[in-house]
Design a protein around this ligand. Structure first.
Ligand SMILES: NC(=O)c1ccc[n+]([C@@H]2O[C@H](COP(=O)([O-])OP(=O)(O)OC[C@H]3O[C@@H](n4cnc5c(N)ncnc54)[C@H](O)[C@@H]3O)[C@@H](O)[C@H]2O)c1
Length: 344
């Protein structure tokens, strides 16, 4: 059994708590939030209970803790990640790992040196349909992947105290939202040689980005934007073309995932959906718990086996941050950016 403390109990803290409640070897033993009253309201909405503390130090003093799960706004990740490492706790941190590449690399190094098991919430690697697509690509069933086009679109999130709208804290849609697809592309195809991006910017930072990832044998483009109208909703989608087939995914379609192989007609592509249901919190742009459950179940499983996680490690998350920051640089400069120009 692994005792977990969640730091930051807004949208993601609530999602993680609901996932842990369905993982037999995990127990939520405490919550740390600077606003205990709001954290208590969020806890009540999802029908769970746990002691709420104002500081991580108090949580450590009162509880036996194995895991610190960091769900505060991105600019605060480093503070709590380093505190968890100092206290020798295993660590799960929401994405993006940091707002600065140097900080992300320091966190990765510190966790490695302390011999702790650590993971970042790059949840798309664990999203059921994206997992099925990954396996489909690797199976070679439709031949080689020729092209991949990914989209992630939503209305602008606010977060508590509007922190998403402060570009110094969230880095805007180009990083906060779009890093999901950047990370998935790296998971599937490794690092590109270069990126070319364009986008739109407003008083809240980069609101949308379109990136071409330069690979030798596959054409890859992705769009991430959160300046759809307020009631527009949320969509994630991709379209892939292979030598001998095509796969499409759209969160808003039924079925969500379908494949067309050779001369056949489009057919639903099976994927493993955990029976975790939807969030009871009724906030944020996604209610399905499946991807969050999968990543946390994998993490807790690694801890139970005393194995270092191989997926969504801090190093991989730092690499995704390196690439997404290169995309922002490309959009800023209006030029292609070679990844070899950005030290890892
Ligand atoms: N993986 C995903 O799909 C996904 C989705 C949304 C957000 N996120 C990430 O999760 C993180 C949190 O985002 P969110 O949407 O849950 O934000 P949120 O605003 O809903 O929640 C943040 C919580 O942190 C608390 N907090 C703020 N400052 C604090 C401090 N100094 N000490 C302790 N608690 C503090 C707030 O009171 C609030 O309860 C961000 O890094 C965000 O990018 C990931």
């Amino acid at each position: 059994m692994k005792n977990v403390v969640i730091v930051g109990f807004g949208f993601m803290g609530s999602m993680h708590a609901q996932a842990y409640a369905q993982i037999p070897n995990a127990k939520l033993v405490g919550i740390v939030d600077k606003d205990p009253t709001r954290a208590q309201e969020n806890l009540a909405k999802i029908g769970l209970s746990a002691p709420i503390y104002k500081t991580l130090g108090t949580a450590f003093a009162k509880q036996a803790v194995d895991v610190v799960d960091v769900c505060v706004p991105t600019d605060l990740h480093k503070k709590y990640v380093m505190a968890a490492i100092k206290a020798k706790k295993h660590l799960f941190c929401e994405k993006p790992l940091a707002t600065k590449l140097g900080d992300a690399l320091k966190m990765a190094e510190a966790a490695e040196q302390a011999g702790l098991h650590a993971m970042v919430g790059q949840c798309v690697r664990f999203w059921p349909e994206y997992q099925a697509f990954y396996d489909f690509v690797k199976s070679g069933k439709a031949g080689r992947l020729l092209s991949l086009n990914l989209q992630r679109r939503s209305a602008r999130p606010t977060g508590t105290e509007n922190w998403f709208r402060d570009a110094t804290r969230s880095l805007g849609a180009a990083v906060d939202l779009h890093i999901h697809d950047t990370d998935y592309v790296l998971h599937l195809l490794g690092a590109p040689a270069a990126v070319t991006s364009v986008g739109t910017k407003d008083e809240f930072g980069w609101s949308r980005i379109f990136t071409t990832y330069h690979y030798a044998n596959t054409a890859v483009v992705a769009e991430g934007g959160w300046n759809q109208p307020p009631k527009w909703g949320f969509q994630m989608a991709f379209q892939a073309v292979f030598e001998n087939g095509a796969v499409e995914y759209d969160l808003l379609a039924k079925p969500t995932l379908k494949a067309t192989i050779g001369e056949g007609t489009p057919e639903p592509l099976p994927f493993a959906q955990p029976s975790t249901g939807a969030s009871a919190a009724n906030v944020g742009n996604l209610s399905a718990l499946g991807g969050y459950f999968n990543e946390l179940q994998y993490f807790i499983g690694c801890l139970e086996r005393n194995e270092a996680p191989k997926l969504a490690t801090l190093r991989q998350a730092a690499e995704s941050l390196r690439v997404v920051l290169a995309e922002v640089k490309s959009a800023e400069k209006g030029k292609t950016v070679k990844l070899s120009q950005i030290p890892a």
